[in-house]
Write a protein that binds this ligand. Structure first.
Ligand SMILES: Cc1ncc(C[n+]2csc(CCOP(=O)(O)OP(=O)(O)O)c2C)c(N)n1
Length: 589
């Protein structure tokens, strides 16, 4: 069997019956490599993303007869980001493969990205034979050494008999408790060695026992604080999404009528157009979310690590509030923000516990009214006069309007990422797929590929990218074309690495050192050269048609929106500042 493409997968799916699904024949274990593949099959892995090469070849060869699909990416960084987005959209671990040396080091950015965002990514890397480790052999790198600080755990497989169990453990560990990336380094002698030992079903180490339920007495104390709070505020982070707790979180908020802010990874846990939702807080969050954080007397934070883009200066963060902090990872409690009421456990389960323990809702009508007033006082708004260049916010809104609530949005990193998250109204979790913690330019396009493979066919996948970010991983367009993936890339092209230009104007007296492109490709033509469809848009009256045509095109499409190069992202809390001191223009910085 040759490598199966997505198109073939769709054909398979059309023709398949339930009986077919259970008929999937597991790989016969004859070697360390086949044991590795068998372990992935046991774990229910359906698709992997990778690039071939010397030391990983035995594993690729073992995939030949497997039902697992493989997407051949252009670059290993793309493989890691695709696996990452696959995980965020599906909730299932994303798997990427690379050879030793440069293959492994090319994965590093994607692994670090997954680590910062607690995404379940499993990386399998080839390694030189064990007898050559330490000899500076061709394509040898210390992959476990390099990735130790950016993985939840990594493994050096040393025995063909146990390699399958090790791979199974890596998959199980990545997805359980607080998710995160794992890596298994696979020396070529181990994958080539004979074995007929079948790996067991994937399981985490016996000693790994994340706490599900919070301590009852601690729950009671937090519940009492919630009952008596006058200005309670919920803060939902990405942990709510990971824990599949968005429903529980919504009913908690609506049941007790407590206003909600989210972090960027927590976007969609609460519908952004809900009366109680104040959208996301932090550096470029809404003014009303940041005002609420600064005035709440009880911040009930669920599944967030309080990163600095959210908090600004920690000494000025939520200055009037006691903090309830729900998190499955005890290491996060009081790491950045002191928790007055620490609750260690699964987000959904702890919200249920709190619900059971609360007997009266907080009396917070005046506070809710205040939050509504802030929404009116600090609206998300922009001017879009016809005689000025196209505003990026207008493009984001046009894309949002033209797509369904089910649409999935990926992005690169920069101004466009902020406009996308500010002006797209997300109503569901697992729809906003971005590089939050690491801030990796180039994430958007490979993420769209991973998202496409995880999404239902009727969910549109839109990548809102920057010109600079697009250029970092543009080669993955070849994969989207080859695999015939229906994704729409909208480049908000300002011919700058715009976020840098914005900071230069604000903090470096307008010296645009290495921020502008004196020449930039014509992205519509570049798209066509790759075999995708391309459009160029300069004016407001061209936006709707281009969006409609690109969305209707059943394959990869790219719209090169030439936007106002001078447009800036506001509100903005300067780095380390207080959240209520947000600027709405450069003069206020
Ligand atoms: C890999 C990487 N290199 C550098 C940066 C620093 N950086 C942050 S935003 C930004 C500008 C991004 O430009 P572009 O993708 O064109 O988006 P825009 O800000 O113009 O919307 C840069 C260079 C980064 N985040 N990631």
């Amino acid at each position: 069997m040759s490598e199966r493409t997505t198109k073939q997968r769709e054909t398979d799916a059309d023709e398949s019956t339930e009986a077919d699904a259970s008929d999937a024949s597991p790989t016969t274990v004859t070697s360390g490599a086949t044991s590795t593949v068998r372990a992935l099959e046991n774990a229910g892995i359906e698709v992997m993303f990778g690039v071939q090469g010397g030391a990983i070849m035995p594993v690729y060869d073992a995939l030949w007869g497997s039902d697992i699909d493989h997407v051949m990416m252009a670059h290993e960084q793309g493989a890691a980001h695709a696996a990452d987005a696959y995980n965020v959209v599906s909730g299932q671990p994303g798997v990427c493969l690379a050879t030793s040396g440069p293959g492994a080091t090319n994965l590093v950015t994607g692994i670090a990205d997954a680590n910062m965002d607690s995404d379940a990514v499993v990386a399998l890397t080839g390694q030189v034979p064990q007898t050559m480790v330490g000899s500076d052999a061709f394509q040898e790198t210390d992959t476990t050494g390099i990735t130790a600080p950016i993985t939840k755990n990594n493994y050096f497989a040393s025995d063909a008999d146990t390699v399958g169990d090790t791979v199974g453990e890596a998959v199980a560990l990545a997805g359980s408790g607080r998710p995160g990336p794992t890596l298994v380094d696979l020396p070529k002698d181990v994958t080539n060695d004979e074995t007929d030992r079948e790996p067991g079903m994937p399981q985490t180490p016996e000693t790994y026992t994340p706490q599900d339920e919070a301590d009852e007495a601690a729950v009671d104390r937090a519940a009492a604080a919630i009952e008596t709070a006058e200005r309670p505020l919920l803060l939902f982070g990405g942990g709510v999404v990971k824990a599949e707790a968005s429903e529980a979180a919504r009913s908690f908020a609506t049941g007790y009528e407590i206003p909600v802010v989210t972090t960027m990874p927590g976007i969609g846990t609460m519908p952004e157009d809900h009366d109680l939702c104040l959208s996301w807080a932090g550096m470029h969050g809404t003014g009303y979310a940041n005002m609420a954080i600064n005035h709440t007397d009880l911040l009930i934070a669920v599944g967030t690590r309080f990163d600095d883009r959210l908090t600004g200066g920690i000494e000025t963060f939520a200055p009037e509030a006691d903090v309830v902090h729900v998190d499955i990872d005890p290491a996060e409690i009081s790491k950045n923000i002191h928790a007055d009421y620490p609750l260690i456990g699964d987000a959904g389960r702890v919200l249920e516990q709190l619900d059971d323990a609360i007997s009266t809702a907080p009396n917070a009508e005046a506070w809710r009214e205040q939050c509504r007033t802030w929404k009116v006082e600090y609206p998300m708004d922009y001017a879009a006069p016809d005689d000025e260049p196209l505003k990026p916010q207008f493009v984001v809104e046009a894309l949002d309007e033209a797509t369904s609530d089910e649409a999935i949005v990926t992005s690169g990193v920069g101004q466009h990422q902020m406009w996308a998250s500010q002006y797209w109204t997300f109503r569901e979790p697992r729809k906003w797929i971005s590089s939050h913690g690491l801030g990796t330019m180039g994430y958007g396009l490979p993420a769209a590929i991973g998202a496409r493979l995880a999404a239902d066919p009727d969910e549109e996948v839109v990548c809102i990218d920057g010109d600079g970010s697009f250029l970092m991983t543009v080669q993955e367009l070849s994969v989207a074309v080859r695999e015939d993936l229906d994704i729409t890339v909208a480049i908000l092209n300002n011919e700058y690495i715009g976020m840098v230009r914005q900071w230069q104007d604000a903090f470096f007296e307008g010296r645009h050192m290495a921020a502008g492109y004196s020449w930039i490709p014509e992205f519509d033509k570049l798209a066509e050269a790759f075999g995708a469809r391309g459009w160029r848009v300069d004016d407001y009256d061209e936006v709707a048609d281009a969006v409609e045509e690109a969305l209707a095109y059943d394959g990869p499409s790219v719209i090169d929106f030439h936007i106002d190069p001078a447009e800036n992202v506001y509100p903005m809390v300067p780095s380390g500042g207080a959240n209520d001191k947000f600027a709405l223009s450069e003069e206020q910085l």
